[in-house]
Design a protein around this ligand. Structure first.
Ligand code: PMP
Length: 406
């Protein structure tokens, strides 16, 4: 079923405005996605009619708030096909989810001399927490490299997996290069060596159907704000067998079973990992965003975005002096590029003046930039509300930049 682009665009109010006097072209979806009116209205309605703190009230609205929050847990479970609801933990976002695992899994399972594998194309969020863990525990980080096209060098993986390997953490989709990594194959290989796998789903959850049981990943993490929901809400999926063993990450209200001044016992997962007042309104927004996406259909979204990627790549490749970074066979609709010797920042600034929002810099992936021997790129990242007209505007903008620097 083709997607109804006019209807969709009318549902994202922010897209229908002028920036610097020009129709707005938003191509920074890798950083955050815009919100449909359904999500915006649901948040407003919740504050108008339902708001009350969850889990500890006997009064009516507290009960409604709690039910709304827990209903989203079950919605997320279905959305990613987790086996059990208790395997869904609400966090602040991808970074928070990864830090939770790095601390908590680290406390339970990582010892001096152990090894953790990541790839060389990780977002800093899936790199720094593991470096911190290794420093804390005297463990070592091993790195799976990628090639000039931006594809992981899979033949190097068997050589990295050994008896000391305790975890492998890898991104499903690179936020800088757009590469879709062969995570199923990675998980299979890691499991053969008894190594659990964490998948950073920050850039995959919004572009493709995720089935954590089919992937057989041990952890999967994502952020609400990149999937059309509010900021400050995210998800950590973890297999029960690990969550049961992992100690809490933070202490406080809502995660305890019994507290005395001497000792505290904790609730089971997921509550053990949700200390303090949860972002229950954020969770509600995530539930509405999931409904919104399900209505359009992730399969339709993936097909539409693939067509946009193909068109955008072909059009950008026609521009003389433009280099695309990240030419993997399997990509999401994210294109990183540089123009002649023009600094990415200058290109981004001029595009902004033309009403076109792109991201410039290292995109929190400095090791990728080091590998490519550049300081950063211009990144255009697309969502299903973007159009071929947006691509044409980008191309015209780039030609204008070229003209100004000629
Ligand atoms: N991993 C990847 C691949 C990302 O793209 C991002 C966000 N750019 C993150 C992790 C971090 O997400 P957040 O800032 O929402 O925690």
């Amino acid at each position: 079923m083709p997607i109804d682009i006019n209807k969709i665009r009318s549902e994202f109010p922010i897209l229908n405005q002028k920036i610097h006097g020009k129709d707005y072209v938003y191509l920074d979806n890798g950083a955050t996605t815009q919100k449909p009116i359904q999500v915006i209205d649901a948040v407003s309605d919740f504050y108008k009619n339902t708001n009350s703190n969850i889990h500890r009230g006997v009064h009516h609205l507290s009960d409604l708030s709690t039910k709304a929050y827990e209903a989203v847990r079950s919605k997320v479970q279905n959305f990613i096909n987790a086996e059990q609801e208790q395997e869904i933990i609400f966090t602040k976002g991808t970074t928070d989810s990864i830090n939770l695992v790095a601390f908590s899994f680290g406390e339970r399972y990582i010892n001096t001399g152990d090894e953790i594998i990541i790839s060389a194309m990780e977002h800093h969020s899936n790199l720094v927490p593991w470096q911190m863990l290794c420093e804390r525990k005297g463990a070592n980080l091993r790195v799976l490299p990628f090639n000039k096209n931006g594809e992981l060098e899979m033949d190097k993986l068997p050589g990295l997996l050994n008896d000391k390997t305790k975890l492998l953490a890898v991104t499903h989709v690179s936020n800088s290069l757009g590469t879709i990594n062969p995570v199923k194959e990675i998980i299979e290989q890691a499991h053969k060596a008894n190594v659990p796998v964490l998948i950073d789903g920050a850039q995959s959850i919004q572009h493709s159907i995720i089935d954590v049981q089919d992937l057989d990943c041990d952890f999967y993490v994502f952020s609400g704000h990149k999937i059309y929901a509010e900021t400050g809400i995210g998800v950590l999926y973890g297999k029960e067998k690990y969550l049961k063993e992992m100690p809490p990450y933070q202490g406080g209200g809502d995660m305890v079973d019994h507290v005395t001044l001497e000792k505290t016992t904790y609730l089971d997962a997921p509550f053990k990992f949700e200390a303090g007042t949860a972002n229950y309104v954020g969770a509600v927004s995530l539930g509405v965003a999931i409904d919104y996406i399900n209505d359009i259909g992730l399969k339709n979204i993936a097909e539409y975005e693939a067509e946009l990627l193909q068109y955008a790549t072909a059009e950008l490749e026609k521009i003389e002096g433009l280099t695309i970074y990240g030419k993997a066979k399997h990509k999401t609709a994210t294109i990183s590029f540089l123009l002649d010797k023009i600094h990415h920042y200058d290109t981004g600034m001029i595009l902004d003046k033309l009403g076109i929002a792109v991201r410039t810099g290292s995109h929190c992936t400095q090791p990728i930039m080091d590998f490519l021997d550049i300081t950063g790129t211009v990144r255009a990242s697309f969502a299903f509300y973007n159009t071929k007209n947006d691509v044409d505007r980008l191309v015209a903008g780039i030609l204008k930049v070229k003209e100004m620097f000629a």
